[in-house]
Design a protein around this ligand. Structure first.
Ligand code: HEM
Length: 179
């Protein structure tokens, strides 16, 4: 994945309570600082070994690490060079989710060849959203859960996120919104 993702992971660790763990994460993943160039694409194995090393060094499960990284990504993206895209995508969780594919399509213009997922809102009302996530990658469901949780926080909304499982070539998520 693009180095921007790696930079977000680094930022997540450096802004946490224990930044001293960062060199150990790099060591464990067999990575160097030069593997963190925003505009360069890296093999997915590099990204996955970085996330695996974060999990091991923080003594967290891979699932919990991906959830935390998803939540963090929303804050990171909102302060990145792409913050305007976050703003343009919508004023509410549901409007934003309807525009997710458009947001990623815009990113494709700046980061050529990016392999972004697709999100389709199946149903939406004031109480819940059902969204199908389609990706060429596997195993990132907890990341998506964390992303939707991060979006709830971003929009000052409380609610719950649940992965419902495979559906029509993708994976369904239910985001319930508190009244
Ligand atoms: C301005 C905001 C955002 C930016 C700049 C951004 C950018 C990116 C980039 C660069 C990748 C890596 C793809 C690659 O290198 O091939 C990616 C992957 C991904 N993005 Fe976004 N994204 C943004 C917002 C979001 C949001 C709000 C969501 C969902 C709620 C999301 C869901 C994902 C997921 C799940 C992946 C992992 C790849 C996969 O599932 O195949 N992104 N994004």
């Amino acid at each position: 994945m693009y180095g921007m993702i790696h930079r977000a992971a680094r930022q997540m660790i450096l802004s946490s309570g224990d930044p001293a763990v960062w060199p150990q994460i790099l060591d464990r993943a067999g990575l160097e600082e030069s593997d963190f160039i925003t505009g360069q694409s890296y093999p997915d194995e590099v990204t996955f070994s970085l996330i695996g090393a974060v999990a091991a060094e923080l003594d967290l499960s891979l699932e919990e690490t991906l959830i935390r990284f998803g939540r963090y990504w929303i804050r990171f993206a909102d302060e990145s060079a792409f913050a305007h895209l976050m703003k343009m995508a919508g004023q509410t969780v549901s409007e934003f989710c309807e525009n997710l594919d458009r947001l990623h399509a815009n990113i494709n213009l700046s980061l050529p060849g990016v392999d972004v997922p697709s999100f389709q809102v199946r149903s939406s009302d004031e109480t819940a959203l059902r969204i199908t996530y389609v990706s060429s990658r596997t195993g990132l469901e907890p990341f998506v859960t964390g992303l939707f949780e991060g979006l709830l926080v971003h929009f000052g909304q409380t609610g719950q996120v649940r992965c419902l499982g495979p559906h029509e070539g993708g994976i369904d998520f239910l985001v319930t919104l508190d009244g």
